[in-house]
Design a protein around this ligand. Structure first.
Ligand SMILES: [Zn+2]
Ligand SMILES: [Zn+2]
Length: 134
C-alpha cells in the first residue's frame, strides 16, 4: 500500500498496488509546474488509486490537449498527471508519497530540455525525449 498527501494534508490518497513506472522528467513543462530542476513520477494503475480525502479541493490544469495536472487548490501541491493516451495509468508526484516505497529502476526523460544549471549525477539511462517503447 502506497500513501500520499499534499502539503496542507487536505488531499490524501492511497494506492493498492506497486509503482509500475518510475522516472525523472526534465521537460520544461514539468520544470515550470514543479518549480524545480525536474519532476519525479511514479506510474500506477488507475483502478488501484483512490482519494481518501480532499477530492473537492482538487484543481485541474490542462497543460496539453491530452494531459491534465491535478493539484491541491489550497496548498498547490501537484498530486498527479492524468495522461489521456494512457487511460489505465496515472502518474503520481513522488514528492507527495509518504515514507519508503519500492521503486522500479528509474530513468531520466526529456534530458534534451534539462535545466542548464542542473547536472545529472547518476548512471540511470537518459532519454532525449520519451524512452523507446519496450
Ligand atoms: Zn493541500
Ligand atoms: Zn515532463
Amino acid at each position: 500500500m502506497i500513501k500520499g498527501r499534499c502539503e496542507c494534508a487536505r488531499v490524501q490518497y492511497e494506492i493498492e498496488g506497486e509503482l509500475e513506472d518510475f522516472c525523472h522528467c526534465h521537460c520544461s513543462i514539468c520544470r515550470r509546474l514543479h518549480g524545480a530542476a525536474f519532476a519525479t513520477w511514479g506510474g500506477v494503475a488507475r483502478d488501484e488509486f483512490t482519494y481518501k480525502s480532499g477530492e473537492s479541493d482538487l484543481k485541474k490544469y490542462s497543460f496539453s490537449e491530452n494531459a491534465d495536472s491535478i493539484f491541491c487548490g489550497v496548498c498547490g501541491s501537484r498530486i498527479l498527471v492524468d495522461f489521456k493516451p494512457e487511460p489505465d495509468m496515472l502518474y503520481i508526484t513522488m514528492g507527495t508519497v509518504i515514507g519508503e516505497v519500492e521503486c522500479p529502476p528509474g530513468f531520466h526523460q526529456f534530458v534534451g530540455s534539462k535545466a542548464p544549471w542542473f547536472e545529472i549525477c547518476d548512471d540511470l539511462p537518459q532519454h532525449d525525449e520519451w524512452p523507446d517503447e519496450a
